[in-house]
Design a protein around this ligand. Structure first.
Ligand code: AMP
Ligand code: GLY
Length: 421
């Protein structure tokens, strides 16, 4: 198979790394890719949010299968254009991608599916939204309806913060994404994520993970795209996972099918778990980043067969071969992230690290310049390890991270603290 992966982050590097190990992969192109991906696959410049351009590229390069990494091309209908052109693709249609692109859409679907989630109300004007906040009081959660690069959610611990968030959102801080606002009940509990392949009809869980969204140790400081992750998530044990599948994911997928917009791809269910009961926080319609990196580490080459089965509607007969293992990824970020940071700082020592099927440094934001690897983003490297226990995976990941010579980078030392006790 000739395979095209769309994206340029650590998620796509880990997908490429796993897919490459499968003998069914003849040729792999990643667009646009990054410096780490370029070491294992061909990279190509391509506007991945332009469906016409992606279809043209796939046809020119005799691509048999396209795997879409990030949400933006999905929301832009790139998977639709590929399917219309007869190119096999892993990833939902733009209409099914609304499960991530619109919070009010997701709430509507959850209502219809009777899936447990936070109580909510929707508003298109500030005054009634504020009245609702005053009536319900804090803590309360204010969300911009649309895609806001992970920044459109304000968990307000006091009323004034919630009221200010309403002014910000209707004042245009999030552009069109804030034209509608969802206000939600604050849910208590522990968060974890469940990743489920869907082929429009059947579903297959491919693992659980937990990430650390705050920049600082002890989960303090500003929110980021994720500073580290591990899999499996102890709080999402077999029983809780079975409940989440039966009470949340399966009815949601059935409702999408009933609406005539079946979901095909990976559904990332962000869950809040309290006393063994899961409730939905949010859906994403793609793999998490950096959660994907730990899932790929654990699944390896079979990932290609699983994604291919989902794209071809063959999940009913598919199964995951699990090893009883654990994986952890530690994100190395540019000093200053998630605030202002310098680009172009040189990273040394990567060639001296020993990488194999149990330890890998995935590149998230790097490029090659004058024969050197330089940082080109905020989150730059994902140092990832797999082992029989989580503490061994942690030790291996951190000893790898300590081998990277990058004075302009930093990482959290406490990834996995909750699970490690
Ligand atoms: P979202 O983009 O919807 O995942 O929200 C970002 C983060 O805000 C989540 O990962 C949670 O930590 C938090 N959050 C969102 N909704 C709620 C809620 N209803 N109750 C408590 N925390 C929430
Ligand atoms: N790590 C969170 C996300 O990918 O949305």
């Amino acid at each position: 198979m000739n395979i095209l992966i769309l994206g340029s982050g650590g998620r796509e590097h880990s997908l490429a790394w796993a897919v490459m190990q499968n003998p069914k992969c003849d040729r792999l192109i990643v667009a646009p890719g990054n410096a780490g991906i370029a070491q294992i696959a061909d990279c190509a410049a391509l506007d991945i949010e332009n469906g016409g351009a992606v279809v043209g590229f796939a046809e020119e390069n005799a691509i048999d299968f396209v795997i879409v990494g990030p949400e933006a091309p999905l929301a832009a209908g790139v998977a639709d254009r590929l399917r219309e052109a007869g190119v096999l693709v892993f990833g939902p249609s733009a209409e099914a991608a609304l499960l991530e692109a619109s919070k009010s859409f997701t709430k509507e679907v959850c209502d219809a599916a009777n899936a447990p989630t936070a109580a909510y109300a929707r508003f298109t004007e500030a005054e009634p939204a504020k009245a609702y906040i005053r009536e319900h009081g804090a803590p309360i959660v204010v969300k911009a309806d649309g895609l806001a690069a992970g920044k459109g959610v304000i968990v307000a611990m006091d009323e004034q913060t919630a009221l200010d968030a309403i002014d910000d959102m209707f004042g245009g801080t999030f552009g069109g994404a804030g034209a509608e606002v969802v206000i939600e009940e604050f849910m208590e509990g522990e968060e974890a994520s469940l990743f489920v392949l869907c082929d429009g009809e059947d579903i297959l869980s491919i693992g659980t993970a937990q990430d650390h969204k705050r920049v600082g140790e002890g989960d303090t400081g500003l929110n980021t795209g994720g500073m580290g992750a591990y899999s499996p998530a102890p709080v999402l044990n077999e029983e809780v996972e079975a409940r989440a599948m039966e009470e949340i994911v399966r009815p949601t997928m059935a409702e999408m099918q009933r609406r005539g917009t079946p979901f095909q791809g990976v559904l990332y269910a962000g869950l809040m778990i309290q006393d063994g009961k899961p409730r939905l926080v949010e859906y994403n319609v793609r793999f998490g980043d950096p959660e994907c990196q730990v899932l790929m580490m654990r699944l390896g080459a079979q990932v290609l067969d699983l994604l291919h089965a989902a794209a071809e509607g063959r999940l009913r007969d598919a199964q995951v071969n699990w090893a009883d293992d654990h994986a952890m990824t530690v994100v190395m970020a540019a000093r200053g992230y998630p605030g202002a940071y310098e680009k172009g700082t040189v990273i040394r020592g990567l060639n001296d690290l020993s990488e194999d099927s149990r330890t890998m440094v995935f590149h998230a934001g790097t490029k090659a310049a004058d024969g050197q690897i330089v940082a080109s983003g905020g989150r730059v490297l994902n140092v990832t390890a797999r082992a029989d226990t989580l503490s061994e995976a942690r030790d291996n990941a951190y000893s790898l991270a300590d081998g990277v010579d990058w004075p302009d980078g930093f990482f959290r030392r406490d990834i996995g603290w909750r699970a490690l006790g």
